[in-house]
Design a protein around this ligand. Structure first.
Ligand code: IMP
Length: 198
């Protein structure tokens, strides 16, 4: 099975990517490649940060294909926040629960909105030996709620209801999320390129 190094230490993301790609690829993340060090995410966009991760990650494993994902939540009522700062919304050392608490507090200040429209966005970058091979994007539209629902998923999942559904990604089965998520759509847009490299 061809090997794909996914430049993340977020086990939830790896589980999703492995499930979406299925048996076509052996997906390993930074836990299996502790020698890889990623450069700091200094970009202002998902794409800039995904390129930084893919390029720096690929230099640590010569000859191997490296995939990086930079993703986050954009809420219209918050001017697109938390956006590229999704992982650190409540501060540099914040965990997911801190970030959700901050999001709920920010939404509470916007009570004039009847509905909080938003989306998850993902940029995927494929690289090898420091060279970008392909870039793709995917997003899933939905709305934010202010009371958490469900224990599944990670990050902001328990606060996000995708369009066409009545339950959050924290409640919906992983198979459902993996069919329509920002990550699934970004990977679908990269499928042809990946197939050509197997
Ligand atoms: P990154 O690891 O720098 O790309 O940061 C991604 C952050 O965006 C995560 O820490 C989560 O806060 C949020 N995020 C991205 N994708 C998802 C998702 O599928 N569900 C919930 N939160 C997500």
């Amino acid at each position: 099975m061809p090997q794909l190094v996914f430049a993340t230490s977020n086990a939830h993301k790896t589980e999703e990517v492995a499930a979406i790609l299925g048996s076509a690829w052996q997906v390993e993340d930074l836990r299996a490649h502790p020698g890889i060090t990623l450069d700091e995410e200094t970009g202002d966009t998902f794409e800039a940060n995904a390129i930084i991760k893919a390029v720096s990650g690929s230099r640590g494993v010569p000859g191997l294909l490296v995939l990086a994902d930079d993703s986050g939540l954009e809420v219209d009522a918050l001017g697109g926040a938390p956006g590229v700062r999704s992982a650190r919304y409540a501060g540099e050392t914040a965990n997911a629960a801190d970030n959700r608490a901050k999001l709920k507090a920010e939404l509470a200040k916007k009570a004039m909105y009847a509905r909080f429209k938003g989306r998850f966005h993902c940029c995927m970058v494929l690289a090898r030996d420091g060279e970008v091979l392909h870039i793709s994007h995917g997003s899933v539209e939905g709305r934010l709620i202010t009371q958490e629902q469900g224990e599944g998923g990670f990050g902001y999942d328990s606060l996000f209801i995708p369009d066409g559904f009545t339950e959050t990604f924290g409640v919906l089965p992983a198979e459902t999320k993996n069919q329509l998520s920002h990550r699934a759509r970004a990977l679908a847009a990269m499928k042809k390129k990946l197939a050509s490299l197997r």
